[in-house]
Design a binder for this molecule. Sequence first.
Ligand code: HDL
Ligand code: ZN
Length: 416
Amino acid sequence: MKIQNTYELRKAVDRMIDNIKITDIHTHLFTTDFNDLLLWGVDELVTYHYLIAETMRWVDISYDEYWAMSKQEQADLIWDTLFIKNSPYSEACRGVLTVLEKLGLDVSSRDLNSYREYFKQMTVDQYIDKVFEVAGVSSIVMTNDPFEDAEREVWLGDYKADKRFKTALRIDPLLNAWNTKYKCLKEWGYDVKEELDENTLKEIRRFLNDWIDRMNPLYMAASLPPDFVVPEESSRSKIVEECIVPVSLERNVPFAMMIGVKKLVNPQLQVAGDSVGKGDVGTVEYLCAKYPHNKFLVTMLARENQHELCVAARKFRNLLVFGCWWFLNNPSLIEEMTRMRFELLGPSVIPQHSDARMLDQLIYKWTHSRKIIADVLFDKYNDIIATGWTIEEEEIQRDVEKIFGKNFWDFLEREF
Ligand code: HDL
Ligand code: ZN
């Protein structure tokens, strides 16, 4: 049906974005097969590493004292510091409030113990169903790292799967720490040595193929430092070109490069201790140009990389840009990046992923992003309608389906 005016346009965009069932292409969630690795509930939500970092700015206890606390003590400290002694308007704090609100809890009570009672009455399976329903998510992609002992054990044991939880083969250690991690592959029966001779490269490809057979991943992924460069004289560059690229093509498993992480600038913050650095888009262009039949998913962590990454995506159909990652997952930057992407790439982009570490976060990360993406999309349609262009509701639905999932699924199917 043709959209007749701005009011109808706003209603249509909001309705369709509110109702779309999302494919969330990058999270740190797990099926219940992985037991305690699946994090959920208000104490996990409040001790999200973003909130640990924000809390440690205010308190005088040592990092060791914090890490020695129980989960509940940590949550009590964070709640008191960020929510009671200060107003919780940082994005990570606001997210906790959005989760509580969407679950129908009394946010104005500020009573952490009452929120704890709510979760005590829920089983994890009930809560998974509820969160997927409230968040409007149809499926999520996990981060599955065979170098993590607790995860590998499940894969080698009785992994039963859950069709809502897709897999991604995460290989940071292979690329970023080959000089030590080659010993793991040796231990697991791969005939490798630190020197990347032909046999070792072949065995690394066998390792990748074995885990692709085992996990059936939608893509292979790695978080990479700001100085990630290909080509260069390094084991990482050689493994990317001689192992990741050929296996990715043969198995039609795209390579997702997540570039710009400065690991552990403050080691005492542990998982909260990473920072950001500007990466090299030239490497993305080099790989897309040299390997035109390969598929590359790319997200970069530095705000400064976003425009050049969009321009690179204009040059290469085998490059799909995704998400407002980590330190970019804030309203002001999501809006800036989404406007930039829609203006340079139109609908051919994946504007967001949640990066959820706790199940509950699917609710707030998508509630917040849907609103921002709807505002930007409304403006873009309004701009073309102002020229006399007319638009059908069905066309808006088509575009919304693409940016919230279909672009990803189509990318997996396409042949370049
Ligand atoms: O490497 C990654 O996938 C990052 O998302 C890290 O897990 C990071 O700690 C994070 O949670 N960011 O949101
Ligand atoms: Zn992540």
